[in-house]
Design a protein around this ligand. Structure first.
Ligand code: DAH
Length: 348
């Protein structure tokens, strides 16, 4: 009986050795596993025979079967590892990417074709226009104090007008400026009258965002202090700016508007350039686009700037830049500007 079993073991070993070198796929491995190591496989059959052997022979035969089983298992494991390795190498060869190469995105756009954002290029254009009209370019801090952002602009503490501009407050009492108007008083104190300046910059509002509201946006402040400044000076300069900017004659209109730092105060609208006043989605069917808050500087504000309101008068305006750019390029959502999404910026 033992001899019989031994020859069976030899047979199985031989037949395994015959096919083992031809295994070249996972499917084949599985087949071979079932054939030799499966529940009804060749080894299982051997164990069945083992049961009927006398005890002494059982020991010897048991060891022989076990060592055959281990051999087969080890070889199969080896082959499995080799196959995994080959498969991985194949994937490496077929699917490797050179991460140092420029992405597909840049293939159609030269790598170093950086350019100004539409906001910056508008700022540059508006600066050129006002420089040619004898204005100075001014700047101020984005991290502002309460005095310049509110108090000096005739918005005392606890005044409801402070609530009109939801504010990001810092723990040290400073704030992110809610508008570019604080630059007005800073410059009055520094440069005195007469004075003609514009001041572009980034401003911040602590408010919920949607297609037409963003917590970070851009304004351009304008200020002209001289003798006998009137509303007609104000409309003249804003009209010139818009007409030069859009290279066409732009119609403007004034509506009364409340801003504590001007008296009288206005909202300046310009006729929608897309529909020419007829009404379209861009102007929300009004025919006019609200663009500028403006007016004649309040005497209190001039006083804060150290300027005698009896001698001097001034106009001021604050223009929403994003809206202007949105108008020019028919951009439907203000949030694109701060999105950092290059697909947006590459369009300009
Ligand atoms: N600072 C105002 C705002 O952000 C805009 C503004 C209105 C500025 C009237 C002015 C002005 O200079 O005269 O809402």
């Amino acid at each position: 009986m033992l001899e019989n079993l031994k020859s069976k073991i030899n047979q199985i070993e031989n037949s395994f050795n015959l096919i083992v070198n031809d295994i070249d796929s996972k499917e084949m491995i599985n087949k071979v596993k079932v054939q030799f190591l499966g529940k009804k496989g060749e080894i299982a059959e051997l164990y069945k025979i083992l049961k009927d052997l006398p005890l002494e022979e059982k020991k010897i035969a048991g060891q022989l079967i076990q060592s055959l089983e281990r051999n087969i298992e080890e070889k199969i494991e080896d082959i499995e590892q080799q196959l995994d390795k080959k498969e991985f190498e194949k994937i490496l060869q077929n699917e490797w990417i050179d991460v140092t190469l420029p992405s597909e995105f840049f293939k159609t756009r030269p790598l170093f074709s950086g350019h100004l954002s539409p906001i910056s290029s508008f700022i540059h254009k508006i600066q050129d226009i006002f420089l040619s009209l004898g204005f100075t370019i001014a700047d101020g801090p984005q991290l502002e104090n309460e005095y310049y952002n509110f108090t000096a602009l005739n918005i005392p503490e606890n005044h409801p007008a402070r609530d009109l501009q939801d504010t990001f407050w810092m723990t040290n009492g400073l704030l992110l400026r809610t508008h570019t108007s604080p630059i007005e008083v800073r410059m009055m104190q520094k440069l005195s009258a007469p004075l003609k300046l514009i001041a572009p910059g980034r401003v911040f509002r602590n408010e919920a965002t949607d297609a037409s509201h963003e917590n970070t946006f851009y304004q351009i402040e304008g200020l002209m202090i001289d003798k006998d400044i009137s509303v007609s000076n104000l409309t003249y300069f804003t009209k010139i700016m818009l007409s030069q900017l859009f290279e066409t004659d732009v119609k403007v209109r004034l509506r009364p508007g409340y801003f504590p730092f001007v008296e009288p105060g206005f909202e300046l609208d310009f006729e929608c350039l897309i529909c020419h006043g007829k009404g379209c989605p861009v102007c929300k069917n009004v025919g006019w686009v609200e663009l500028v808050g403006c007016g004649l500087s309040h005497p209190e504000v001039l006083k804060e700037g150290g300027i005698d309101p009896e001698k001097w008068s001034a106009f001021a305006f604050g223009l929403g830049l994003n809206r202007l750019v949105m108008m020019k390029y028919a951009i439907d959502d203000i949030r694109w500007f701060e999105s950092g999404d290059l697909r947006f910026f590459y369009q300009f």
